[in-house]
Design a binder for this molecule. Structure first.
Ligand SMILES: [Mg+2]
Length: 156
């Protein structure tokens, strides 16, 4: 299973506010195709965000991401719950994260990726750091890696 954080991972971390609160999020088209490729390889994709927005819900609908947790105050608890529900071992989960609030999740999964522009503490703690920054193709990079890895029967 691939678990993606949203702000700073699927986006560059910018929050676009109008009169009615958060109005926009900008996603990268190549990350979207990467997610489709990962799904086609039989890997479950889940999205976990500390915030909540209609823009995220609509992007996830477009990408057929069934497992979306918004306004999560405890991402590790949310992912552990999902893993139990889907009968996925925590060691079989890869996550992509960017900030210190993601550190408990990062420590609990089998493979953690930090985006290039993640908080330094997160970059240090993660097993892998992407070449590209969040919202600019980092997720696609991880997706391509996972698809290659899955094609080799799980051997690194
Ligand atoms: Mg984040």
């Amino acid at each position: 299973m691939l678990v993606l954080d949203v702000d700073g991972v699927l986006t560059d971390g910018s929050l676009y506010f109008g009169h009615d609160g958060e109005t926009l999020k900008i996603f990268h088209v190549r990350d979207g195709l990467g997610i489709k490729l990962v799904q086609r390889a039989g890997i479950i994709v889940a999205v976990v965000s500390g915030r909540s927005s209609a823009a995220l819900a609509s992007r996830c609908r477009e990408l057929d991401i069934a497992h979306v947790v918004q306004a999560s105050s405890d991402k590790l608890a949310a992912v552990a719950h999902l893993a139990r529900e889907l009968k996925v071992d925590m060691q079989e989960i890869a996550c992509v994260v960017d900030d210190t609030s993601d550190l408990p999740l990062l420590a609990a999964v089998g493979r953690a990726f930090a985006v290039r522009d993640a908080h330094p503490e997160v970059r240090r703690a993660a097993g892998h750091v992407t070449r590209l920054p969040g919202g600019r193709g980092a997720v696609r990079e991880v997706c391509d890696w996972l698809v290659r890895h899955a094609a080799r029967g799980g051997k690194p």
